[in-house]
Design a protein around this ligand. Structure first.
Ligand code: GTP
Ligand code: MG
Ligand code: ZN
Length: 326
């Protein structure tokens, strides 16, 4: 009789060329089934690779019914256990880049997981505010991956590289300038060595897909111009993962018109909690360990859900981080 329970995970050695790290391989060891990486997410199904073959997989019924928040769904870059024709579980992520969506109940949109580097792409074509870049930086630092600001379309500005150095100093992050048009992309490719997974994020039209096409040497992705008023469709509509010939892995993502991380107006989104907070003993109560906290008391009485309380606290912490003077 077959006893899957005692079997070990099958790990194709080729999965290492898809970014697999030893910690993840170790974590998967005790599982039965096949270790795969998510390369794209479709409606209801995922494109997976085990390193040898690519195929499509759905979530197991058990997994699907157990899901309580958006973060429990697999996302591009995740390592999953595939067995009996379905995805059985996600291996713990070492990083995850997400976007907070204002005003919706599902409070996070996962963009990519298990990434080492996040290229925050900013076009030199247009003026962009430092505040917008800092919003991406805050999310990148939160993700656990290392952010690098990438000025794109360097061919459009004479002193692109100086500008990158200046900005890098101001926001205390590495910053580089590239041009796909001039074939000047070494500053990015040298950061995508063997075993490294990098994600390209940024506004629509900054040239993320063009860069991914250039570093992979394949023209797999559609690129193009969106209307200059910012309306109209984004060219890319999902995250997608590719191998780079030099050994790393890159993830293209859909452009964002606005990065709604800390733009969320806590007063509107959490007016019930703000109302409660007026009754806290201390005016500067953070609703964590302070005595006589009306918010925590409401949680204890079951009038405010723990989940909602937690997302509120998380959001406040992020807003706090952003406001901190450098
Ligand atoms: N001059 C110049 N144009 C570029 C460069 N890279 C990309 N472009 C142009 O910028 C436009 C947008 O490029 P995409 O790669 O589609 O941009 P994207 O960031 O993927 O956009 P979304 O998928 O909508 O998020 C295209 O018309 C590209 O040809 C560059 O290095 N120089
Ligand atoms: Mg694109
Ligand atoms: Zn309080």
């Amino acid at each position: 009789m077959r006893n899957n329970y005692r079997e070990k995970t099958t790990i194709e050695i080729e999965l290492f060329t898809w970014g697999l790290d030893l910690l993840t391989a170790e974590a998967a060891k005790g599982e039965s089934g096949r270790l795969c990486r998510v390369i794209a997410r479709n409606k209801g199904a995922y494109d997976l690779t085990d390193g040898q073959r690519e195929f499509s997989g759905r979530l197991s019924g058990k997994m699907l019914y157990g899901i309580e928040s958006a973060e429990e769904y697999p996302t591009v870059g995740d390592y999953v256990i595939y067995e009996n024709g379905v995805i059985q579980k996600i291996i713990a992520r070492h990083s995850v880049f997400m976007r907070k969506v204002a005003g919706t109940r599902r409070d996070a949109q996962l963009i990519a997981a298990n990434i080492d580097v996040i290229f925050i792409c900013v076009s030199l074509e247009r003026e962009s505010s430092q505040a917008a870049i800092e919003r991406y930086l805050a999310a990148a630092y939160e993700s656990g991956a290392k952010p690098v600001v990438v000025f794109t379309k360097g061919d459009l500005m004479a002193n692109a590289k100086d500008k990158a150095v200046q900005l890098g100093g101001r926001v205390q992050t590495d910053a580089v300038a590239v041009s796909v048009k001039d074939g000047d992309i070494a500053a990015v490719t040298e950061l995508i060595g063997r075993g490294v997974t990098a994600a390209f994020v940024g506004a629509s039209g900054v040239g993320k897909s063009s860069l991914v096409n250039a570093v992979t040497g394949a023209n797999a992705l559609k690129t193009g111009q969106t209307r200059s008023d910012g309306k109209g469709r984004h060219v890319s509509t999902r995250s997608e993962l590719f191998c780079v010939p030099s050994g790393g892995v890159v993830i293209d993502t859909a452009g964002m018109r606005e990065f709604g991380l800390i733009d969320i107006d806590t007063e509107n989104a959490f007016s019930d909690i703000e109302e409660l907070a007026k009754r806290c003993k201390y005016a500067d109560c953070r609703h964590e360990n302070e005595p006589f906290c009306a918010v925590k008391e409401a949680v204890e009485r079951g009038e405010l859900s723990k989940e909602r309380y937690r997302s509120y606290i998380k959001l406040c912490a992020e807003a706090q981080k952003r406001r901190k003077p450098r």
